[in-house]
Design a protein around this ligand. Structure first.
Ligand code: PLP
Length: 395
């Protein structure tokens, strides 16, 4: 059975061009870029070439890019750098729907005495701007807000937010791990101070990421040791993966607008068909400001995990909003923050697409899903009753 992979916000396959780019640095060119000899030292050129490509994708200068090991490290490093750079300020602002890479780091800093404000979101998953404005004070050192949400795809208006933070002299970090390579990002038009990205979300391998730091922004390294990355991130460079990230960014930039159209077409086809074919189905998130590859759909009166298991039998990979932690089904913190009703929160499924998905794969989901939902609702007391009343009201 072929795998149908609709879980690209979790991770992506390595693009063939990207794999080709990295292989020589795993096979023959294994030197250390810090070495004096040519065999190692020549690798510097490759790292700088990759830095240029990453910078180009987001409209930055190459010197503003620091290679890291992942999106999580970039997020932690950005917030920690702000804290170390402005030790007299003790207030951090973020949102309730951030990825754990930001949320749990903020909780960690709260245990160390920082004050953290978690801004609520609207029922469509949009940042509550009034609450954001109210939260800022003299003590605020950084605002960290995601560019696009990993569960719903909702895009925050970072460009608008940056303007009023600049006036107040507050740093803005954006976790753009889900956005880079999926939607256009131009740092020159959106002057955030720091921005995180991650290789494995855009067809580069796992274990490589980058942090953009605007020229002139105070920066304290998070990982301390050697002089690599101009003293901003120690550790022998992961040359193969850095080369891969550069290539992945180049590919994403070349095909961005075409891919956005393609993905939106496939995503909308799934969404429209499932809304029509499966009653009591809700799209979660602001449908006017969303990543083109993501849909988060709640099938009321069913468990997301049960849907995933049934999809898995057809080789279809998706993901649910719930996390099965310590034996209890915790609904997603994102959907909870949006106030998704109890009947829908447990039955949410995220389909996240990539350039490698095909229309035939979309058709397969559309073919199998209605029967799965109908069958699972038979097992749920609420679902069964609901299906009965729905069919009675039709008659
Ligand atoms: N931020 C967001 C929005 C994410 O979706 C993820 C990963 O899912 C991360 C950060 C963490 O990235 P990484 O897996 O590279 O550490």
């Amino acid at each position: 059975m072929d795998t149908i992979y609709f879980d690209n916000n979790a991770t992506t396959n390595i693009a063939p061009e990207v794999l080709n780019e990295m292989l020589p640095y795993l096979r023959e060119f294994y030197g250390n870029p810090s070495s004096m000899h040519t065999f190692g030292g020549q690798l510097h050129r490759k790292i700088e070439e990759a830095r240029q490509k990453v910078a180009k994708l987001i409209g930055a200068e190459p010197e503003e890019i620091i290679f890291t090991s992942c999106g999580t490290e970039s997020d932690n490093a950005a917030i920690m750098s702000a804290a170390e750079s402005f030790p007299n300020k003790r207030h951090i602002v973020t949102s309730r729907v951030e990825h754990p890479a930001v949320l749990n780091f903020c909780k960690h800093l709260a245990r160390k005495g920082y004050r953290v404000t978690y801004i609520p979101v609207t029922k469509h998953g949009q940042i509550n701007m009034d609450e954001l404005l109210k939260a800022l004070d003299e003590d605020t050192l950084i605002v960290s807000l995601m560019y696009a949400n990993n569960e719903t795809g909702v895009i925050f208006p970072i460009a608008e937010i940056v303007d009023f933070l600049k006036e107040k002299g507050i740093l803005l970090h954006t976790d753009a791990v889900q956005a880079v390579g999926k939607v256009p990002i131009d740092i020159s038009k959106m002057p955030v101070d720091m921005l995180s990205l991650s290789g494995h979300k855009l067809h580069a391998p796992k274990g490589v990421g980058a942090l953009y730091v605007r020229k002139g922004t105070r920066f304290h390294p998070y990982i301390i040791g050697g002089h690599q990355e101009h003293g901003r991130r120690a550790g022998t460079e992961n040359v193969a993966s850095i080369a891969a990230l550069g290539k992945a960014c180049e590919l994403a930039g070349e095909n961005l607008y075409k891919e956005m159209q393609y993905l939106k077409g496939l995503r909308d086809k799934i969404e429209n068909a499932l809304l029509k074919l499966c009653p009591n189905t809700i799209i979660n998130g602001d449908t006017n400001n969303r990543l083109p590859n993501t849909t988060n759909i709640s099938f009321e009166y069913v468990e997301g995990e049960a849907i995933l298991l049934r999809l898995n039998e057809f080789g279809i990979c998706a993901s649910s909003g719930s996390a099965c932690t310590s034996g209890s089904l915790e609904p997603s913190h994102v959907l909870r923050a949006m106030g998704v009703p109890a009947t829908a929160i447990h039955g949410s499924i995220r389909f996240s697409l990539s350039r490698y998905n095909t229309e035939a794969e979309v058709d397969k989901v559309i073919e199998v899903m209605p029967a799965i939902i109908k069958e699972l609702r038979q097992f749920s007391p609420f679902g069964r009753d609901k299906q009965k009343t729905d069919s009675l009201s039709k008659n």
